[in-house]
Write a protein that binds this ligand. Sequence first.
Ligand code: PLP
Ligand code: COI
Length: 343
Amino acid sequence: MEKKNLDWGNLGFSYHVTDKRYVSMFQNGAWDDGALISDDKIVMSEDAGVLHYSQSVFEGLKAYETEDGHIVCFRPDLNASRMADSARRLEMPAFPEDRFVKAVIETVKANAAWVPPYGSGATLYVRPLMFGISPVIGVAPAEDYMFRIFTTPVGPYFKGGQKPIVVRISDFDRAAPRGTGHIKAGLNYAMSLHAIVDAHKKGFAENIYLDPATRTKIEETGGANILFVDRDGKLVIPTSDSILPSITRRSLHYVAEHYLGMTVVEREVTLQEVDDGNFVECGLCGTAAVISPIGKIYDHGKEILLESGMEDIGPVMKKLYDTLTGIQMGRIEAPEGWIQKIM
Ligand code: PLP
Ligand code: COI
């Protein structure tokens, strides 16, 4: 199979139309058989549920070319179950989890020529999505849904890859207490758009959101969970009911304990602790972000410089990054069931 002729090493995190996408429709109370199609456009009613009441959920995972030339993806079963959880919270029918994984495999196979070569630093981003497509005028769930998976080759989410970024504590919230922060629904991202545009204008790469009820605890950023390393070398992972349960973060918890012999603590983390300089390293983690080190956090005029600094990723984040990407690219043996071979 001949690869597409792209400048793989210089891809940004952006959308390229690739050859095939998978589509299945939920109509008359059941999912159809689904199929790969070529058309990247969608035709729908002006009254489709998604357009008015934001009934949309999505996922993100990546396909990798491994050192020995296979194509694999990472824990797609967890994306399948998270998408089913997201759908149920928005009164949408869950797409069957086993079919989700099969559809990811089929879609990546059909776009194999777009999987960036091993070592290029790029990957094939896989975006499953689902939305209400039938007309809805009173506030109610739609009756019909489209489930779709497309792929796009991507480079690093933050320019500069592993170079530390500067983030700020946001005055906006992305989620509400007892709301939808814990699911991957488009509406959470709509909530964050003004905040991210404003952050970028002011020179920050991302926003750190606080817990929306008390605004005293660290939650996550608009597109990634947050990890800290404390002065004892422990990995500290903030907990909250309104953050997305990141698959990368759950995997890193395991990697830190079982591959790196670290102590991992999942607990609430206050902004005060961060301001007090209790952490030596901090990073964002997610499918798109992988691990992106944070060099500095701005909290309303106060500048918190992490000890790992602005030049390089700190030693713990580096070990986590190398181990996780080593597992994903087939250089390090993966825990049972983490790597789905595609071809
Ligand atoms: N938090 C938010 C808000 C996200 O959008 C993402 C991206 O998916 C993550 C965290 C990271 O989750 P995962 O590691 O499953 O990609
Ligand atoms: C991902 O990491 O897959 C995400 O969905 C983050 C996104 C906001 C680009």
